[in-house]
Ligand binder design. Structure first.
Ligand code: MEV
Length: 423
């Protein structure tokens, strides 16, 4: 039976019960479970990943439910320190699934590598030479990666630009590489290194920078979803979401926060799966400003029925293999839980999570406000800080919320009263 990501009451279960549910759905092994429990995160792994290791930080891995993307159900692993993110994504996905879920379209895994050539005497003449030698340059780049070529990827094109800097005018070479299912930084940077000598010979210049660009304009996803008026809370909520979007699209102070909300979801999936969150964040924000003004990554409009249509176009250079994914068992397991088999499928789901996260934030902001959702988990944190344990955490948090004052002192007092009452 195909997987369903609709798991009613998932949030009310214990951690053990949730693990059992996803184990049954995904046929996880004993080994997978011990990875989820953090038992396989040995220091030797961290020693391979970065330098000067002295310890580790453990963060919660949650599962967002309800996602349908291009007709397929997904359970989405998310690692994030902020409360409400996983619940909000699941809630928006539940609204979207009533109208068929998210539709996403991928541009292809084309990644841009940059070669900066300095001290070029005649940039136009050098460009002509580079164009004449284009196929030889592509061959040099492709000679560095047999596997990628076998998979149908590799360097496909070269684009040339002149950049007027303050110190010099530069000949800039963009190498366009289809990196297939990798994030691509290693593959592209290796190709750029291999091109250095030939480019210096052809331009009689000096190659300085040889590095991938995170402004990933050729590796984007377009995602859309319909959110029904009824599920959102009625016509007024839909209209107010449009006002909220309008503000984001016209005021950079609001827009930065709006786009941050999108990245809440995206970065959480990237953390779970060992992807480069900084590359994706940088790429998303530069894409938001690609027309010279920083704009909302998402768009909202109403259809004839008064339902809300959300859409978004975002660059997503994501890998399902290579880099840290090969080293850390939790990253591999997170990808197994997600059940994606290509970076295309992965990017489509990640874009859907970003749109869901944004819609959830806007719906909350124009309705009950964002604090209410945050408060429940905040109250639990305060209860724990005040010393609550086990079942006490829920009951102290509940009383804090009901009393309307969520402070450490109040939590301490409630806890003492409860313990005295119990004797
Ligand atoms: C909080 O992490 C994210 C929000 O601020 C996003 C938004 O304001 O749209 C709620």
């Amino acid at each position: 039976m195909p997987l369903s990501s609709r798991i009613p009451d998932f949030y009310n279960k214990t951690i053990e019960e949730r693990r059992k549910i996803i184990t049954d759905i995904l046929s996880l092994s004993e080994h997978d479970i011990s990875i989820l429990q953090g038992k396989e995160s040995a220091e030797e792994i961290f020693e391979i990943m970065i330098e000067n290791v002295v310890g580790m930080v453990c963060l919660p891995l949650g599962i967002a439910t309800n996602f349908i993307v291009n007709g397929k159900d997904y359970l989405v692993p998310m690692v994030v320190e902020e409360s409400s993110v996983v619940a909000a994504a699941s809630h928006a996905a539940k609204i979207a699934r009533k109208k068929g879920g998210f539709n996403a379209e991928y541009s292809g895994s084309f990644t841009i590598g940059q070669l900066q050539v300095c001290d070029v005497k005649d940039i136009e003449l050098s460009k002509q030479r580079l164009i004449a030698y284009k196929s030889e340059l592509l061959d040099i780049a492709n000679s560095t990666n047999e596997i990628l070529i076998k998979l149908g990827g590799g360097a496909k094109d070269i684009e040339l630009k002149t950049i007027k800097g303050n110190l010099d005018s530069y000949l800039l070479i963009h190498l366009i590489v289809d990196v297939k299912d990798a994030m691509g930084a290693n593959a592209v940077n290796t190709m750029l290194e291999a091109l250095k000598l030939k480019v210096e010979e052809l331009t009689e210049g000096r190659v300085l920078l040889r590095i991938i660009s995170n402004h990933a304009t050729k590796r984007t996803v377009k995602v859309t979803a319909v959110f029904s008026k009824e599920s959102l809370g009625g016509e007024e909520v839909v209209n107010n979401i449009l006002y909220a979007y309008d503000l984001a699209d016209n005021d950079i102070y609001r827009c930065t926060t709006h786009n941050k909300g999108i990245m809440n979801g995206i970065v959480a999936v990237l953390h779970a799966t060992g992807n480069d969150t900084r590359a994706i964040e940088a790429g998303a924000h530069s894409y938001a400003a690609k027309d010279g003004i920083y704009k909302s990554l998402s768009k909202y409009e109403k259809n004839a029925e008064g339902d809300l249509i959300g859409s978004m176009e975002i660059p997503l250079s994501l890998g399902i293999l290579g880099g840290a994914i090969n080293v850390h068992p939790t990253y591999k397991l997170a990808l197994k839980i997600l059940g994606v088999s290509s970076s295309e499928e992965f990017a489509n789901v990640v874009a859907a999570v970003g749109l869901a996260q944004n819609l959830a934030a806007l719906r909350a902001l124009v309705s009950e406000g964002i604090q209410k959702g945050h408060m429940t988990l905040h109250a639990r944190n305060i209860a724990v800080t005040a010393g609550a344990e086990g079942k006490e955490i829920e009951s102290v948090a509940k009383k804090l919320i009901e009393g309307g004052t969520v402070t450490y002192d109040k939590a301490k007092q409630i806890l003492e009263n409860e313990r005295t009452d119990r004797g």
